[in-house]
Write a protein that binds this ligand. Sequence first.
Ligand SMILES: [Fe+2]
Length: 673
Amino acid sequence: MFGGGHKKFRVKVTTGKAKGAGTNATINIKLIDHEGSVSESHVLDKWLHNDFEYGKIDSYTIYVEKNFGQCEHIILHRDEVGLNDSWYVEHVTVEHETEADAHFPLSRWLPANTEMQFKKFDSQLPQVVKKEHPEVYQQRQNELDQKKKDFAYAPIANKEGMPRTVTSLPPEETFHRNYIFDLLETKFTGVISQYLKKMRYEDEFASFDDMYKVYYGPLSPFTVPAGHSGWRTDEKFARLRLTGPNCTVIRGVKKDGGLPTNFPVDKDNLAKHFMEGQSFQQAQDADRLFYIDFKDLDGYIAKSSGKPMVAPLALFYARMDGTLIPLAIQLFQKNADNNPIFYPPPIDDEKVWCHAKFWFGVADSNYHEPVTHLLQTHLVAGDFITCFHHMISPSHPVYKLMLPHFIYLLNINTDGMPVLTAEDGAFNKILTFGLDNCYDLMYKKYQTFKLSDAYLSTDLSNRGVENLPNYHYMEDVKPMFKAIEDYITASLKTIYGGKDQVLKDDFEMQNFAKLLCDKTEGMRGVWGDGAFTKLDDLSKTLSTMVFILSNVHAAANFNQYDEYGYPPNLPFRLDGAPPTDKSPVTEDYLVKLFDVNVTLATMDLGRTLSMQGTNKIGNYETHYEYKPDVLKHYLSFIEALKKVGADNDEKNAKRSNPYPWLSPKVVPNSISI
Ligand SMILES: [Fe+2]
């Protein structure tokens, strides 16, 4: 079989990094050329070599008949012999010295004792395969049937009406080994912080400066969080609403036609002290007034205190120099004598105002974790990805497009969520709100969640924040969203030949739309509402999902240590009760609001959640798409991201308060803790 009368190919096989990916089974391959000639079967085996191990690339030389043309398909087969026979094959490349490499990005489990045929690039619409290769289509259908079992789902916490997620994690969704190691290391620091606590703090802090002791010393796992700087100033308090972890709840007063009527601020007094010569109405008409209303927190009893949860409102003013400052805080919804509106000095005393700001921060953080962070990124995306795996074949071109942005999400939601949602997790032990309230609020918010509201321009216009100055979140997500949407739109145009009808005929995509938007358990506000009849609808849906998985989550997540790590900056919980009048408070009283255990646990949580361990956007962990006409859009995406990154560096160099969190150098492809 060796010699000049035969054609020589090199076959390179990459075994994936899924849990249990490597195999001891015998693997056979046949090649099929462009005219349909099938080669004889070749065993892929090297003498004295352990083939197909986790994450390894193995190369084999095979000889086929000399008249064999260009390799267009491969047929893979594995037996069931030996322990650990299951095999997750990531990629096969068939190389010939004078021909272009034939790529087979497979990324799937190969079933036993079944010949599996794959076309070059493994990227075809289902209607095409069904028509042209009915036998291969049957194989595709069988795979999808299996995936429906592997990705069986239920609503989160088995609570009907919550987003859906997998009931058990399929092994291909698990973290790579290095990443697990990082996670273990992080858990270890939890032990250190307990040790530190015993060493340094028996019961309480003596001053706000006293808290800094925890960052210093050879054993400390903590650095000084950036958010400590200027924490007591009004400028920093307002800046948290623009660039803190919960920076997407601020709204324009002008857009909403004035402040809510239950927030009757002293307009004349505010104008006199703060509005640079304008009346309140003039400032509102000039779009300089913004507000936040945590009315969603109204009516709950905080678990940690057994007292009503703060549900505050706050008013902000954008000064002529572009600096945002807070002007008023009311801690509960119903204005009353025992629920006054607090103002900054010189109207109210600084410590009284500081006390009100602390309690506003408690609402901000307790809303941020369950809603802005967990629900609106992790869980919404988890629902989407679970449905996607049910209906979209690994051989679908849109699967190839989206998978790099789905990486690890289901793993994080399954294994990482208990950090927040276990009985002894952060929702119960750190937040004042408590686990049951968090679930209840998430449920309510999901009932009114609409994916279309997360589309960037819709979100900004719905909130009326286009004129909000120094809103670095907005400035930075705009070019990122454009890069993502351009990439998705161009790719879909190529995949569907620019024709809505081809999309309508894509029954896998239509099945996905139906499941995603199911009337009893599905997501609301998805473009097309259960049927993708326009490419534009699919493009908006996928772009928004990639945006949520990358940027929206990055904004809500990665600065958590910096902003929460010094709790006076943004507290999760305070001892004592929200003020009901403007009686003076002492500095010592304010310090004693911060419990030592909660403070250290907060630092730990912030550090764990802010950790970064995966590739940045555009730098894919696994490449799924090799078709040149789609690949060129990916290359344009990379170029666009480079430009966004360079522009971002330039912006940050000029900013008095740099905001690095939405640079393509920081934002991952997908959530990642
Ligand atoms: Fe997260």
